[in-house]
Write a protein that binds this ligand. Structure first.
Ligand code: GLU
Length: 422
């Protein structure tokens, strides 16, 4: 490998992982070393301070980031996360993953990610609104409907996007729907955006089922009952899967005979958590992952499957709803044990695919029916899955390596024809 320039400003656990993945794939692809060097660095990384007057009237200053990894294939795209672990390195790694994800599924975008280090659950709605509006004002320099388009991620939702869209629009003297995706329907959101990631996971599983085992009757465990996990759980339950375990931040529940997801949703609407759902055993989030099942869906946060628990995972398929839920050490253990891992950049791409549809609809002020959205989503997920599956078979490798090879190859091709600068 040629001498690579220092990237130590971005040093973090996740960024190191992202670089190791890129370097490994670059070697397999026999990538031009100059393009490889370019891909290891984000194009821009903005660090901002976000002062917020809290309900107590005191000012608290939060640290915010927006990182754009590559603009070679188009404007940048990626979510915004509110989480206590957010740091520059993590956001940069996630921006890089977004580049590979968008390229893999054929969207005309580069990757970006944003984040604010905070604990959104400990803040009031007013505090979160002030934080969002001030953060938006601070990153206004680098976002725009044809520059960089944020979306929800961990700890943010439709309401966050409505505040961002409103704050940006106020500075333009007009409404700019294309500035963010994942907005509420009434202000230019897309039908099916909220369900998109969960639906995409199920479409990926349909294809995996053709090669491995039929979905009906499979025992499923879902870690995380938010936007991604709850939708996937409901759809898989309707497909005839037996949902044996579910968790959220407060804890997990288990019933080897299956959990009625419609009743669970009612329980969550009433109590705010899956915990305490009648007829289930309580279990911790960590224990949940190791329970007997066929399909494990980590849809919460990063690094949940690691060197210390990977050999106790019972599932034969792990489908990654979260970004980076499996550490590289765990990846090797799972691969050696014959577990099929459907990687994040493929499995959870449904979110950014329907974000793309929302952006296109917003730019044209013309909105599609939900059935059109789901048909097109299924087409893209099916094509991407089968391309990755075929490449993995051809290369004799796992699905993550194949997905990364396909994503990185496409971004690299953009640099080959354009030059190294975008
Ligand atoms: N945050 C989601 C992701 O990681 C969606 C990004 C988007 O829609 O732009 O893919």
């Amino acid at each position: 490998m040629a001498e690579m320039t220092d990237t130590s400003e971005f040093d973090s656990h996740l960024f190191r992982t992202a670089l190791v993945q890129l370097d490994r794939v670059a070697a397999r692809l026999n990538l031009d070393p100059n393009i490889h060097e370019r891909l290891r660095h984000p194009r821009r990384a903005l660090v901002v301070s976000v002062p917020v007057r809290m309900d107590s009237k005191d000012i608290k200053v939060f640290r915010g980031y927006r990182v754009q990894h590559s603009t070679v294939l188009g404007p940048t795209k990626g979510g915004l996360r509110y989480d206590a672990d957010v740091n520059l390195g993590e956001v940069t790694a996630l921006a890089m993953l977004m580049s590979w994800k968008c390229a893999l599924v054929g969207l005309p975008y580069g990757g970006a990610k944003g984040g604010v280090r905070c604990n959104p659950r400990a803040m009031s709605v007013t505090e979160r609104e002030h934080l969002t509006r001030r953060y938006t004002a601070e990153i206004m320099l680098v976002i725009g409907p044809d520059h960089d388009i944020p979306a929800p991620d961990l700890g943010t939702d439709e309401q966050t996007m409505a505040w961002m869209m409103d704050t940006y629009s106020m500075t333009q003297g007009k409404t700019v729907p294309g500035i963010v995706t994942g907005k509420p329907l009434i202000v230019g959101g897309s039908a099916g955006r909220r369900e998109a990631t969960g639906r995409g996971i199920v479409y990926a599983l349909y294809q995996a089922a053709r090669h491995l085992q039929p979905l009906r009757g499979q025992r499923v465990i879902v870690q995380g009952f938010g936007n991604v996990g709850s939708v996937a759980a409901r759809l898989l339950w309707r497909e005839g899967c037996v949902i044996v375990g579910v968790s959220d931040v407060k804890g997990g529940i288990l019933n080897p005979h299956g959990i009625d997801i419609r009743q669970l949703e009612a329980h969550v609407a009433e109590t705010g958590s899956v915990v305490g759902f009648p007829g289930t055993e309580p279990v911790s989030n960590a224990e949940l992952l190791e329970q007997p099942c066929d399909i494990l869906l980590p849809a919460a946060t990063g690094s949940q499957i690691h060197a210390d628990n990977a050999d106790r995972i019972k599932a034969t398929i792990v489908v990654e709803g979260a970004n980076g839920p499996t550490t590289p050490e765990a990846d090797v253990i799972l691969r050696d044990r014959g577990v099929t891992v459907i990687p994040d950049i493929l499995a959870n791409a449904g979110g950014v695919i329907v974000s793309y549809f929302e952006w296109v609809q917003g730019l044209q002020y013309y909105f599609w029916r939900e059935s059109e959205i789901t048909t097109r989503l299924q087409e893209i997920m099916t094509r991407a899955f089968n391309r990755v599956w075929a490449l993995a078979a051809k290369e004799g490798t796992d699905l993550r390596t194949a997905a990364l090879m396909e994503g990185v190859r496409r971004v690299a091709e953009g640099y080959r024809v354009r030059g190294f600068y975008p």
